[in-house]
Design a protein around this ligand. Structure first.
Ligand code: G1P
Length: 285
């Protein structure tokens, strides 16, 4: 069984839900406390043993490239002032460890992933949707990779949400349960409210076999008139093992304003340097 060495990060989206903040800044650069969303996802990937990060990007996203590049001015200035470089730890990569591909047309998540097909090649790969901030120890993808090493095939993360929210996500029809692993019997993207097969949604973490790229090649448009990754994955059920990994940690949908603020509060409360101030303020309001 081939190891999961590569990860695709679709970061081409316009971030319209966060305007005006995202007019000139990629939504993936929005910070939760003091780290941009994209870096949480990249840190999670590194922890899981991913060696190559593939960013599917678009116009106006160059701040992401700069973030993961060397900044001579900053490093020199910090060093001259006798300050530590710890704060930018995790933003540096060796040449070739990060690769950028452009998605010219914003016609869906499935299309974004397909844009990376030549770089992914013929091996299993991970996908991270950086809007979704997954907090756990070990991290969500590390747990998924450990499960993958046992069962192989395709694994999507699974997370329970209230029924009132299922219409916003990809939803799983669950089968047999074996610890955190749940057999996936079917998948549906953004089911009409009241018709979801369960409340187990896919929170933007996937380990997929490269065959999904062949399927995406001819995938028709689905929900929202977009080429949906969920529809392509659904076609692999029955031909390859397909599981959901029920993640027991925390999840924040940072593509949503309330989710983003909640993530900031929650992670700030975990930081000894600021927790007392934040807690005091929250008590007050
Ligand atoms: C995408 C996926 C969906 C998934 C969601 C997680 O939807 O298509 O299956 O559940 O991300 O946030 P989007 O948020 O791009 O509409």
């Amino acid at each position: 069984m081939k190891k999961v060495r590569k990860a695709v990060f679709p970061v081409g989206g316009l971030g319209t839900r966060f305007l005006p903040a995202t007019k000139a800044m990629p939504k993936e650069m929005l910070p939760v406390v003091d780290k941009p969303l994209i870096q949480y996802a990249v840190d999670e990937a590194r922890e899981a043993g991913i060696e190559q990060m593939i960013f599917v990007t678009g116009r106006g996203k160059s701040a992401i490239e700069d973030h993961f590049d060397i900044s001579y001015e900053l490093e020199t200035t910090l060093s001259e002032r006798g300050k530590s470089l710890d704060a930018i730890e995790g933003t540096r990569f060796a040449p070739g460890e990060i690769i950028y591909v452009r998605q010219q047309d914003p016609i869906g998540l499935g299309h974004a992933i397909w844009c990376a097909r030549h770089i992914v090649g013929d091996e299993p790969f991970a996908i991270f949707l950086p809007d979704e901030l997954m907090v756990g120890s070990p991290g969500c993808m590390k747990q998924m990779v450990e499960a993958y090493d046992k069962v192989g095939g395709n694994i999507v993360c699974g997370y329970e949400v209230p029924e009132t929210e299922t219409h916003k996500y990809g939803i799983i029809t669950p089968g047999k349960v074996d610890g955190p692993l749940v057999e996936v019997k079917a998948l549906v993207e953004k089911p009409v409210q009241g018709t979801a097969p369960s409340n187990l949604m896919i929170p933007g973490r996937y380990i997929l076999q490269p065959e999904v790229m062949r399927i995406l090649e001819t995938q028709a448009r689905g929900a929202g008139n977009e080429i949906q990754l969920t529809d392509a994955m659904a076609q692999m059920i029955g031909t390859q093992p397909f599981h959901a990994y029920a993640f027991g940690g925390q999840r924040f949908d940072c593509g949503d304003k309330a989710g983003f603020i909640t993530a900031n509060i929650s992670l700030a409360l975990e930081r000894p340097d600021m927790a007392p101030t934040i807690r005091e303020y929250l008590k007050g309001v």
